[in-house]
Every structure is written in structure tokens, then in C-alpha cells.
Design a protein around this ligand. Structure first.
Ligand SMILES: [Zn+2]
Ligand SMILES: [Zn+2]
Length: 158
């Protein structure tokens, strides 16, 4: 991560945010739920502590999506235009999955891993130098130690 400011926002410009640091990890998810929710081939989620997302302007509304696990998935959107900005999977409150292409520099956060490639669209070709997984991965082996420590600081060993 460089020191560049990670600012972003919604499509209408009302909601603006700033990340106070880089994320812990960046997943590119090819699961069917993500594909439907964003209406595209995949979603790029930057995983970051919720208190490191500073809302600069606008109103954020929350839509709750059903999940297979039964734990709520809260989607945080611009209240004015509905652009999804970040999600709280499982409503843990402390960890968010920021939609990385809402950053002003849409390519600033490249995926650290591709997940749920079993439902990847057949015409999407993945780069050979980024780890890819049929479903998910073992976080303990893939995440950098510093990121694991950040996660432990907000979630404990859970
Ligand atoms: Zn908006
Ligand atoms: Zn997904």
C-alpha cells in the first residue's frame, strides 16, 4: 500500500468516504450471489475495519439481504442513488467489505485472491499470478501476519 489517500463515493456524488488505511485483504468474489447483487461478473471486496471508513458526506442507507447461513448481510448504500459502497456480512459491526471500484482510483486495490471460481463466468480469464480458489481459502495461510493481527484485534479468534 502506498500513502495515497483512498477516497471514494457513490455514482450521484452525494455519499463520499475516505479509508483511514489500506485494507486487510482484497477478495475478488465470483459467487452467484455477488454476481446477482452487482449485476456483473464479479465483485472486488476490500476487507477493512468499519471504523477505518470515514463517511465524509451523504446519507448511508442499509438494505438487508438474505443469506444461506441465515446471518444477515447488511448492504450499505448511498441513500440518494442506491450505489452499494460496502457490506457487513453477518452483521458483525466491526468489519466491512468495501466495494473497491467505488474508490476514485478504481484500480487502486487489486485482488489478493479470487474466490468462488466454481461459479466464475466462463469468459472471465484469471491472472496466473493471483491465487484462485474454487470456494474459499485458509485465511491463516493466505493473509499476511499483519492483516491477521488486525482481524484478531476486532474479532478475536472467531
Ligand atoms: Zn449517491
Ligand atoms: Zn460473493
Amino acid at each position: 500500500m502506498g500513502d495515497a489517500t483512498l477516497d471514494g463515493g457513490c455514482a450521484c456524488g452525494a455519499a463520499r468516504y475516505r479509508l483511514k488505511s489500506g485494507p486487510m485483504f482484497v477478495n475478488c468474489c465470483h459467487c452467484a450471489d455477488c454476481q446477482r447483487q452487482v449485476g456483473s461478473a464479479f465483485v472486488i471486496n476490500a476487507i477493512i475495519e468499519t471504523d477505518r471508513i470515514e463517511v465524509l458526506s451523504g446519507e448511508i442507507s442499509i438494505t438487508t439481504m438474505p443469506t444461506d447461513s441465515g446471518r444477515p448481510h447488511d448492504v450499505h448504500r448511498c441513500a440518494a442513488c442506491g450505489t452499494t459502497l460496502w457490506s457487513d456480512y453477518g452483521r458483525r459491526g466491526v468489519m466491512s467489505f468495501l466495494r473497491a471500484t467505488t474508490l476514485d482510483d478504481r484500480g487502486a486495490l487489486a485482488p489478493d485472491a479470487h474466490i468462488f471460481t466454481r461459479s466464475k463466468l466462463p469468459w472471465v480469464t484469471l491472472p496466473a499470478d493471483t491465487p484462485a480458489f474454487e470456494v474459499y481459502y485458509d485465511m491463516q495461510t493466505l493473509w499476511p501476519p499483519a492483516s491477521l493481527a488486525r482481524r484478531r484485534a476486532i474479532l478475536g479468534d472467531g
